[in-house]
Design a protein around this ligand. Structure first.
Ligand code: ATP
Ligand code: SF4
Ligand code: SF4
Length: 292
């Protein structure tokens, strides 16, 4: 089974637009929305949730006040200021490091599970989907990405799918790393802006560090053709395949408003042209995936 992650380095480059289009073009895939901090694939794919699973992130300290002698050691040793003057745990600040439980002379502190969000198994018009929602203020997004990927693998086994298409988070942080480790290929969606080029180089560096082959798709290439050439040269020099370029177009936004993919939005010549380009990009990527 092949796993492909769509990432972007920089936010707002069209990653979700393109990942949703890929989901509609794949023959036999599971879709995994791993952009868990700002999930928006569901706006286009309208998943029907079939199963909701509690997600437990970081553990949290809990004090048994009947054992506590108010010595204050836990408070002194908590680096996150998560213990109040009257020795209570501030849930929003507790990072679950366990130091307080370790130093407590009375064994009054235990580490307990804390629900940090919900993971979902769903059905979409293009096949099964794994996705999730992190609770407000929670920070275990890398762990939740890993959980969504595990759920996607279960769906692939259950429905005999041969591919998982992962919509990864933007940036280069731990949730990006969790969404690309062990996949067969990443497709980096970039745009020809100065920050786009900078973030592309950074995210390609992360992919290379984890030995994941990368291809690049340049979105809105015509907003700055000079920068597009810089990206193409950079990719050529570094042996990275540019699988295609998409022009600036009103179609992605029009399709998004109708909650459909750009491939489904087919009411004029212009939209046909746009979706034909995306199909070519998909086919180039599939060739690269086979070749690698
Ligand atoms: N080729 C294009 N031409 C013009 N607008 C586009 C193009 N591709 C995407 N857009 C628009 O850009 C906006 C951002 O796209 P999208 O949500 O797919 O990006 P993203 O990288 O997933 O963003 P985020 O990081 O916020 O998840 C949307 O309004 C989308 O319709
Ligand atoms: S688990 Fe760590 S962060 Fe939480 S209260 Fe204890 S020492 Fe502070
Ligand atoms: S270290 Fe233990 S006994 Fe001391 S104040 Fe904290 S909970 Fe109470």
């Amino acid at each position: 089974m092949k796993q492909l992650t769509v990432i972007s380095g920089k936010g707002g480059t069209g990653k979700t637009t393109i990942a949703a289009a890929f989901a509609s073009l794949a023959d036999n895939a599971v879709i995994a929305d791993c952009d868990v901090d700002a999930a928006d694939m569901h706006l286009i794919l309208a998943p029907k949730i079939t199963e909701t699973i509690d997600f437990y992130g970081l553990k949290e300290a809990s004090i048994d006040s009947s054992l506590c002698i108010q010595c204050g050691l836990c408070r002194e040793n908590c680096r996150f200021d998560a213990i109040t003057d009257d020795i209570r745990i501030d849930s929003l600040e507790c990072e679950g490091c366990g130091v307080c439980a370790h130093v407590c002379p009375e064994g009054a502190i235990t580490m307990v599970e804390r629900k940090a969000g919900d993971a979902y198994l769903s059905e979409t018009r293009f096949g099964p989907m794994a996705h999730a929602k992190l609770s407000v203020g929670e920070e275990a997004s890398g762990k939740l990405v890993a959980f969504v990927r595990e759920n996607a693998r279960k769906l692939a086994d259950r429905y005999d799918k041969d591919m998982i298409i992962i919509d990864g988070p933007p940036g280069t942080g731990c949730s990006v790393i969790a969404s690309i480790t062990g996949v067969d290929m990443v497709a980096v969606i970039t745009e020809p802006s100065v920050s786009g080029i900078h973030d592309l180089e950074r995210v390609l560096g992360v992919a290379s560090h984890f030995n994941v082959p990368a291809v690049v798709c340049i979105n809105q290439y015509d907003i700055n053709e000079e920068n597009t050439r810089i990206i193409e040269d950079y990719c050529r020099e570094n042996g990275i395949n540019v699988v295609g370029k998409l022009p600036f177009s009103k179609i992605p936004t029009k399709a998004m408003i109708q909650e459909i993919t750009v491939i489904e939005y087919l009411d004029n010549e212009l939209s046909n042209e746009f979706s034909e380009k995306l199909k070519e990009i998909w086919e180039n990527m599939m060739r690269s995936l086979k070749y690698d």
